[in-house]
Ligand binder design. Sequence first.
Ligand code: KG4
Ligand code: ZN
Length: 336
Amino acid sequence: MLVLGIETSCDETAASVVEDGRRVRSDVVASQVLVHAEYGGVVPEVASRQHLATVVPVVKRALAEAGVAPHDLDGIAATCGPGLVGPLLVGVELGKALAYALARPVVGVNHLAGHLAAVFLDYLGNPASPAYPHLALLVSGGHTLLLRVDGPAQVKSLGATRDDAAGEAFDKVAKLLGLGYPGGVVIDRLASQGNPEAIDFPRALPGRQDLDFSFSGLKTAVATRIRARGLPEPEQMPDFCASFQAAVVDVLVRKSRRALKRESLHDLLVCGGVAANRGLRAALAAAAEADGFRLFVPTPKLCTDNGAMIAVAGTWALARGERAPLDLSVDPGLPL
Ligand code: KG4
Ligand code: ZN
């Protein structure tokens, strides 16, 4: 079964062909980062126009790299939410047009379900898939969620952020530090050369027994410190980034461990852009070793937005018999 996945929910135009919900035949991502960096964040209307200009070439390249002709496809999947309404419409309209022209089924995929599905892809030797039920930590630019996953479409939220998402905290702090947009990957790189104990940044809600997160206090602590002492000198930047990153990672790891214990789960799946963070990956690997749970994290390229994760979630939906009508629309606030 060959499925084309189209992802245009934010600022990456992505398309991928996945075989049998597992084998990535192609994985093309055109990032708009340089366009939006000028504004310090994603400008929705600019993103829509970029997607319009890029999506057809990206899909053509995904088909070519997979060695697949359009008529070889068995189905098409496009992200239909959550995300930015204009960008989502570009992907969904193309998905429907292709489905109509090729007389193939189309499904709308929830972007978050896509992130959760990414770990099941066999990509550069990913390990075996997690079992159901499992715990998922979904950490992206828009979401920070702890989920109990009982099956591909059976997901229950155990905890969420009360304010900023983890990726948003990385991006906002990077902006405060003058490190540009998007900031997660820059902080990750600098943090790898710094001392995480150099500055004692606050950990939000540490003693509470719930599984919620809060990152706005940490962001304020960073802003207050910069106001009081000025921007760190370049040679202090690694320590500053390592200390900030440690505050985020600490809380994510602590609450994940608590959720695993409380729910008696033995597999932890981590996904979303922040799952690419090396500090988080290392801390979770150490926790897995200490507590004896199995850890599943996609390869970094599959943590951030991509078409392969949409294709695999779409493959599952098609296999369940789901079909979207040709008036399928998008929902910027689509819940999981
Ligand atoms: O999943 P994603 O690509 O898009 C959304 O669905 O939001 O996640 C993007 C977020 C951004 O906030 C970005 O700064 C963050 O993931 N991110 C990282 C890293 N790579 C991407 N954060 C920390 N460390 C990274 N290596
Ligand atoms: Zn995402």
